[in-house]
Write a protein that binds this ligand. Structure first.
Ligand code: BGC
Ligand code: BGC
Length: 857
């Protein structure tokens, strides 16, 4: 595809830029002609930006099997154009049925983070297997003709088979990175493969071989380490654990699954850690820092690679022919297939979620088109017919997909339930797998401070406090039964133990006593306390944060630790997080401090290390070492070993132990956020996130209400429910549904007040992006600083079910007497009747076209 006459060497300085301009031009060209103009194949997006000679020349570690290649040839000969196009499209099980598969013969079906059999996030394992059988059966049905190519079923088993009730939840990758033990992660991958097989899954979108560099990124915890060497070691072990070692008897056999290295390439290097952002680095840094895991995965024989949502130096990866084809396939010898990410093709310049020949021509072999598969299928068919996509490109993609299916033995495999492990639901959370997960938890704990209080004596009286102590969802993080890891209950985790349950079990077994009090208000005075606290679950961009400060403006956990200390009780802090955070105040306040990451279902692993045995002897020493550098202040990011002026609070690889204790001097309590704090908050809610210190609250009538820790808010308020819905991205908006019959309110609240008095015109209006799905049944007010104004007349003018910007001039509230100099609550919506209103953004701005007219009540 790539013109040989193009000399990759000898290019003038600044060719990267030129390349970018060129590719933009190409994208425009392709779209002006309504895709009628074939995308030129001589110079494709990103080609001039890459230098193949910089990359190692690799070959696929498996020799091409002539038998398989021949079978591919004969299949290709039998396939209609429709059959071929079907193979290169993957749909999501939430958006298709077995009947659709029978008709369209898609190459693959995925289960997204929120997609489940029967739309039940906690569907039993048997339902998953039944669905897998139905999909497989539909795909091989040849009654309407065609060769009957078995579908490949994929899912994100990223910390165990985390979408299925009862499965073992291993620590998220960041915790595994702390264990620094490739054999351990190999065994975890092997166990996960078997749990996948039990429910009929054949393919996992793992491992994530990202090298996160700016820990503000919401996906930091999906990465093993900031250290490319560790990422590479783990990539090898996990790919081999999932697929089996190349050349071994069981390679891609009945105990194994197909693995994916993701996200290619540079996902962890984006500017300011923004998800789906731009990674601006040299090609050498791209290779050495972000490519290390991918290169190791390729050498271990990984069969699929997922393209990244992100860009490299301004060009989106899904459209990057230079990196996907010239480097990955030609230079690095990859002969499996490239799968796109969730509508990731739609991110390419000139593309939509429904049509993107540019991505396919650039080298994506299988579109991940969860809810858009039908349109992508239809458009791809047309684009091959009119030459926009060359037939040779389509054949190449299909060949790659079939090759993997044949290597995997999919054509010979019976129904998923009839295969080895199929329906063996006892392997989900089996004692052996749970013991392995518990071992991983033990090994992942990093001791940051211990002033002699650890190990705790289990024969004494222990208080376990903190809102993370008895909560499987909190200790498991995102990608746990739901995409965000929120909205679950304890009953959804039958084979799991909270950190509290593990501590209690061990204490009671040794004759001591344990008490749980999340708020620390104990019934009996303890000899020591363990306070478990940290981040609430999140995934992807929802987890992006502006800085690494933990509870900087609302330090409730710090207050809890200090209160217990003030009472003379020794305190051990156990911090749950998906990234290193600035917690110097909490570390100072506690006598011992442990970074526990996101341990998953086996909370008992924490007790194994924190508690001595009944004789007072250490049972397990701390083995964890920091896989990421720990910041000295909240804005110390990016922070990575090897950089100039590397001056972390705790360096990469740091970790104390019982065997090698050390004193921790008091740490600086300057958060380093002056700049951010002074800068007025202009956006209170956007992209699914509230501004630092701000939260959504819900309440009934005049009651104080509460800030939901998880969504939907369920019965935190009786009159209404707050839940997550989609506007511009998944779950980036909030829906407020008033049930009727009782007054209820939802609002945004901050612990610290903000000054909204006398703002300049470009910021003098509270501007909200709203969608009214069910109009109000009676009076509705919106309040700022406790002062309500009627808005039902305005709401009545909104178009039904459409997103619109609506302005609420702050001057109206000032006239009505609102104390705008110090506002802690705003955007409070209050009504009694039924109503459904969704909100995707609340910010300060200039008045938009539609504004509230000031009529004081
Ligand atoms: C994520 C991928 C994931 C895919 C399928 C995407 O949003 O970026 O990591 O594999 O969804 O769930
Ligand atoms: C899906 C995830 C996916 C995400 C992408 C969610 O609805 O369940 O699998 O990664 O959307 O935005």
């Amino acid at each position: 595809m790539r013109s040989d006459s193009m000399d990759p060497k000898g290019r003038p300085e600044g060719s990267v830029r030129a390349g970018r301009d060129l590719t933009l031009g190409l994208a425009l060209l392709a779209c002006v002609g309504g895709f009628a103009t074939p995308v030129p194949v001589t110079a494709m997006p990103g080609d001039v930006a890459v230098t193949p000679e910089l990359w190692p020349r690799l070959e696929s570690p498996m020799a091409r099997d002539p038998v398989i290649e021949q079978r591919v040839d004969s299949l290709l000969a039998k396939m209609s154009l429709e059959d071929k196009v079907g193979q290169v499209v993957q749909g999501d099980l939430d958006s298709l049925t077995p009947e659709d598969l029978r008709k369209y013969r898609l190459g693959s079906v995925l289960a997204g983070g929120n997609s489940d059999p029967g739309k039940r996030y906690n569907a039993p394992a048997a339902d998953w297997l039944k669905l897998a059988d139905a999909l497989h059966e539909a795909s091989v049905d040849t009654s309407a003709g065609g060769p009957g190519i078995p579908v490949l079923l994929g899912i994100d088993a990223v910390h165990g088979h985390n979408n299925v009730v009862g499965a073992t939840l291993f620590p998220h990758n960041i915790g595994l990175g702390a264990a620094n033990d490739a054999e351990l992660v190999r065994r975890i991958a092997e166990a996960t493969a078997v749990e996948l097989r039990a429910t009929g899954f054949e393919w996992t979108f793992a491992p994530t071989v990202t090298t996160p560099r700016d820990d503000r990124w919401g996906r930091t915890y999906e990465g093993y380490s900031e250290d490319p060497a560790l990422v590479a070691r783990y990539a090898t072990a996990v790919v081999e654990g999932l697929q089996g070692p190349v050349g071994s008897k069981g390679f891609l056999g009945a105990d194994r699954v197909v693995s994916t290295a993701k996200h290619y390439i540079g996902d962890g290097g984006t500017f300011e850690g923004r998800d789906k952002g731009d990674t601006r680095v040299t090609e050498v840094e791209l290779r050495d820092v972000h490519g290390a895991g991918h290169i190791a995965a390729l050498k271990a024989g990984v069969q699929s690679i997922m393209a990244s949502f992100s860009s490299w130096n301004g060009l989106k990866m899904h459209g990057h022919h230079g990196l996907l084809t010239v480097i990955l396939k030609e230079r690095l010898g990859f002969d499996g297939f490239v799968v796109g990410d969730w509508n990731g093709h739609g991110e390419v310049e000139g593309c939509t979620d429904k049509s993107c020949p540019q991505a396919f021509n650039a080298g994506v072999d299988m579109y991940m088109a969860p809810d858009t598969w039908r349109e992508v299928y239809t458009n791809t068919l047309a684009q091959v017919r009119d030459g926009t996509i060359p037939m040779a490109r389509l054949d190449d993609a299909v060949r790659r997909i079939l090759r993997v299916k044949l290597r995997f033995g999919l054509f010979e495999a019976p129904l998923p339930s009839a295969r080895k492990h199929g329906g063996d639901f006892e392997v989900l959370g089996s004692p052996g797998h749970r013991a392995l997960a518990r071992e991983a938890v033990r090994r992942s704990l990093v001791l940051l401070k211990n002033e002699g209080v650890l190990p705790l004596d289990p024969r004494k009286r222990l208080l376990v406090a903190g809102d993370g102590a008895d909560d499987i969802a909190r200790q498991s993080g995102g990608w746990t039964l739901t995409w965000q890891g929120t909205g679950t209950t304890r009953a959804d985790f039958p084979r799991a133990q909270t950190i509290w349950e593990g501590l209690r079990e061990a204490v009671e077994a040794s004759g001591g006593q344990a008490e749980l009090a999340a708020d620390g208000r104990y019934a009996t005075r303890p000899d020591a306390a363990v306070v478990v606290f940290g981040e609430a679950p999140y995934a992807e961009f929802i987890g992006d944060v502006p800085h690494l400060g933990y509870q900087v403006s609302r330090p409730t956990d710090l207050a809890l630790i200090r209160r217990l200390k003030a009472e003379g009780i020794p305190v051990v802090g156990v911090f749950l997080s998906g990234r290193p955070m600035w917690v110097n105040r909490e570390i100072n306040a506690a006598d011992a401090f442990v970074a526990a990451w996101l341990p998953g279902s086996e909370g008992g692993g924490v007790a194994d290390v924190l508690l001595a045995d009944a004789k007072g002897e250490v049972r397990h020493d701390f083995a964890g070492r920091l896989p990421f550098s720990w910041p000295r202040h909240a804005m110390q990011t990016p922070l990575n070993a090897g950089q100039v002026d590397y001056h972390p609070q705790f360096p990469l690889g740091f970790g104390l132990s019982y065997a090698s204790p050390a004193a921790t001097p008091p740490l600086s309590e300057e958060a380093g956020l002056e700049r951010l704090e002074q800068g007025a908050v202009d956006v209170f809610f956007a992209r699914g996130n509230t501004a630092d210190g701000w939260q959504w609250w819900v309440g009934d009538g005049e009651q104080r209400g509460a800030a939901p820790a998880t969504l939907p808010s369920r019965d935190l308020a009786k009159a209404l429910e707050l839940s997550a819905v989609d506007h511009l991205a998944q779950e980036d908006a909030r829906r407020i549904r008033w049930k009727g019959g009782a007054r209820g309110r939802a609002w945004l609240e901050s612990e610290q007040s903000v000054d909204l008095a006398s703002l300049p015109e470009e910021r003098n209006t509270l501007v909200a992006t709203l969608r009214l799905a069910a109009p109000p049944q009676g009076p509705v007010t919106l309040s700022v600083g406790g002062t309500p104004l009627r808005i039902d007349a305005l709401l009545a003018t909104l178009p039904a079910r459409e997103w619109v910007e609506v302005g609420f001039p702050l001057s109206c509230f000032a006239e009505a007497g609102a104390p705008l100099g110090a506002v802690r609550q705003l955007f409070g919506i209050d009504t009694e009747g039924q109503m459904e209103l969704s909100v995707s953004k609340v910010a300060l701005g200039a008045p938009p076209a539609r504004v509230l007219e000031c009529i004081t009540e």
